[in-house]
Each structure stands twice: as structure tokens, then as C-alpha cells.
Design a protein around this ligand. Structure first.
Ligand SMILES: [Zn+2]
Ligand SMILES: [Zn+2]
Length: 144
């Protein structure tokens, strides 16, 4: 029973089947995070992992160095570009919808204007006819 205790890790108080598996465990980020948390609870929130490489960095310094690297900067720029492109697409779609609505309004406006001019023409024709018939009646009366 005592021998088993040798393969216990202080990070999680778990027993491991052999020295080898314990050593394997000690190489995991899980163990490192646990140990870091043990030493300094504030460290818990700080995991130096970057999305671009999906890699974990052992310290803030190496992580910061990575952030300054061309590889990361390029990735960051690409991410920013992607975001901007998505935003642009969204705005273009919105604009397209608005333009569509404007076109629709313009079309119906045009239809209304056409209708109005038809009505006006009709009205003018009617008035002319009325005038003519008035003249006629006057003329007829003149004759009388
Ligand atoms: Zn451990
Ligand atoms: Zn990165």
C-alpha cells in the first residue's frame, strides 16, 4: 500500500499506477495548471494559450513573445480581416435590402405618378370637351 503512495501527485492527490504514468501526468498542462494554481491562485485565470497555434505557453513572457511574433500578428490580421469582411457582407446585405425597398418605393411612386398624369389628362380632356360643348351651346344660342 505504501508503494502506491509514491505515485501520488500533489497537484490533485490522485494515485497513478506507475512512476511512468505519474511522470506522464506531470508533463500535462492539467498538472502544470494545477501546480500553478496551488502556488498562486491568481494564476488560475491566466492560461497562456493562443488560438492561432492552439498552444499553451509556460509563462507570460513566452506568451507575450509569441504575441509579438510575425506568425501571430499575421493570424491576428487575418482574423481582423475576416471580421471586417463579415461586417461588410452584413452591411451590404442590409444595404441591398434598403436599396430594394427604395426601388420598390420608387416603382410604386412612378406608378402613382403615371396614374396621376393619366387622371390629369383625362380631366383636361373632359374640361376641353366641356368648353367645346359650352361654346357650342353658346354658338347654338347665338344662332338662335
Ligand atoms: Zn499533478
Ligand atoms: Zn498567437
Amino acid at each position: 500500500m505504501d508503494s502506491e503512495k509514491k505515485f501520488q501527485c500533489e497537484c490533485n492527490n490522485k494515485f497513478y499506477a506507475s512512476q511512468k504514468s505519474l511522470e506522464m501526468h506531470k508533463k500535462t498542462s492539467f498538472h502544470r495548471t494545477n501546480m500553478a494554481t496551488k502556488d498562486n491562485p491568481i494564476q488560475l485565470a491566466l492560461t497562456y494559450k493562443c488560438e492561432c497555434t492552439n498552444k499553451e505557453y509556460s509563462s507570460k513572457t513566452t506568451y507575450n513573445n509569441h504575441l509579438k511574433s510575425a506568425k501571430h500578428q499575421f493570424w491576428d490580421l487575418k482574423k481582423e480581416m475576416k471580421k471586417l469582411k463579415e461586417e461588410l457582407t452584413r452591411k451590404e446585405i442590409e444595404l441591398g435590402k434598403k436599396e430594394g425597398r427604395i426601388q420598390m418605393l420608387e416603382d410604386s411612386n412612378l406608378a402613382l405618378l403615371n396614374e396621376l398624369s393619366t387622371v390629369r389628362k383625362e380631366e383636361r380632356r373632359r374640361r376641353k370637351r366641356k368648353k367645346k360643348s359650352n361654346k357650342k351651346s353658346v354658338h347654338i344660342r347665338d344662332i338662335d
